[in-house]
Design a protein around this ligand. Structure first.
Ligand code: GUN
Length: 279
């Protein structure tokens, strides 16, 4: 029986502290502001964007939404980013990914001012993360570090295995754990005998976007299992990349979906917006 790590509770505690920081900034005449840009009508993106706006409202952070149609051109989106870069009441800019295929995500990310890049996706911020200088925290990996810390289990010297090598989660996750003195392995779709690698993990992070992919035979007895997935099962029900029912009895700690990593990602976005405003 694993300890289920409650992302909602850890988030609530952090957000309470952040509320105080927002109030302190406001007392100095600074109201943190976040612009959220969504292009097209992807239902998952719509849910994420709504949750981000809700979190802003709860903390007293000013937010603006820019909902653009799915046929928006790259030039139009770049022009909006340019406007937001110059807007003084906006400290953070978040362009929800994925973008429609006619728009280059890399070009758009590169156009966001690094000082307002609250996702920490700009190459300049990625470089800072690489050397352990966290101007902006990569939101999902930083949220996971907070979840692990909440358990009191130290990362130093541990075997940490990350499944997935995306720029958003897998790569920065590995870097953050390395900075915590873990021994880190990154696996991906071409990894040979994946289960033999994941079974080595004291801490296993799964971010591949495949419903219930990780089963009990892939997990070491007593391991900590962190599930970054937001998938749908065969009945259309929200689930993670980990088969919770089979893994939970074997794991030492596990995050649920929903209510695990998801709330933490948004909390770290709020932290970055406050950081941007306080500079
Ligand atoms: N799409 C999925 N995750 C994210 C995220 O963390 N930030 C942005 N901008 N888009 C996403």
């Amino acid at each position: 029986m694993a300890v289920v790590i409650d992302g909602k509770a850890v988030s609530a505690k952090l957000r309470q502290e952040m509320k105080g920081e927002v109030d302190a900034l406001k007392a100095r005449g600074i109201c943190p502001g976040l612009a959220v840009v969504i292009v097209g009508d992807d239902p998952a993106s719509r849910v994420y964007v709504n949750n981000k706006k809700k979190a802003c409202a709860e903390l007293g952070i000013y937010s603006e939404e820019y909902a653009l149609s799915g046929d928006t051109t790259e030039e139009e989106l770049l022009a909006l980013v340019d406007t937001l870069n110059r807007k003084e009441d906006i400290h953070g800019i978040l362009v929800q990914l994925p973008l429609p295929r006619q728009i280059s995500e890399q070009k758009v990310i590169a156009a966001i001012s690094p000082e307002k890049d609250v996702d920490a996706f700009h190459t300049q911020n990625v470089g800072h993360i690489m050397i352990g200088d966290y101007r902006f925290l990569p939101c999902t990996p930083a949220g996971i570090i907070e979840l692990i810390k909440s358990t009191g289990v130290p990362m130093e010297g541990k075997e940490c295995v990350v499944v997935g090598r995306s720029n958003i989660v897998g790569k920065p996750m590995a870097m953050l754990m390395l900075h915590q003195n873990a021994t880190v392995t990154i696996c991906h779709s071409r990894t040979r005998d994946l289960a033999s690698v994941t079974r080595r993990a004291d801490i296993l992070i799964v971010a591949i976007g495949k419903a219930k992919f990780v089963t009990a035979d892939m997990v070491k007895e007593g391991a900590m299992v962190i599930d970054v997935g937001m998938d749908r099962d065969e009945n259309g029900k929200l689930c993670g990349d980990v088969d919770f029912a089979s893994v939970e009895p074997k794991a030492g700690y596990i995050t649920p979906v929903p209510g695990g990593v998801g709330p933490m990602t948004i909390t770290m976005l709020m932290r970055n917006t406050i950081t941007a405003a306080s500079r």
